[in-house]
Design a protein around this ligand. Structure first.
Ligand SMILES: [Zn+2]
Length: 82
């Protein structure tokens, strides 16, 4: 595995862990402007979808209903070697 891919996997794992165990936002845009970005709440929404909690995912970030299927499709394509 090339090191940039490994770095991305580690970064995603850290972001998921921080999102799971923390209620504080890790969004730089929100920290600077005080306004939510289109990705705010995405980690919580993805984790809620992984738990099967569709209502919570909808409330955290509605964009997760677009992003999660794309990520799953991309992951399956990657596993298939396409
Ligand atoms: Zn954000």
């Amino acid at each position: 595995m090339p090191w940039p891919a490994a770095f991305c996997y580690v970064a995603v794992a850290i972001a998921l862990a921080v999102g799971y165990y923390s209620d504080t936002s890790t969004c730089l845009w929100r920290a600077v402007t005080g306004l939510p970005c289109p990705g705010c709440g995405m980690i919580h929404a993805c984790l809620a979808l992984a738990r099967g909690d569709v209502h919570a995912a909808w409330n955290f970030n509605r964009n997760s209903f677009v992003v999660v299927p794309i990520l799953l499709w991309t992951g399956v394509q990657k596993l298939k070697g396409a």
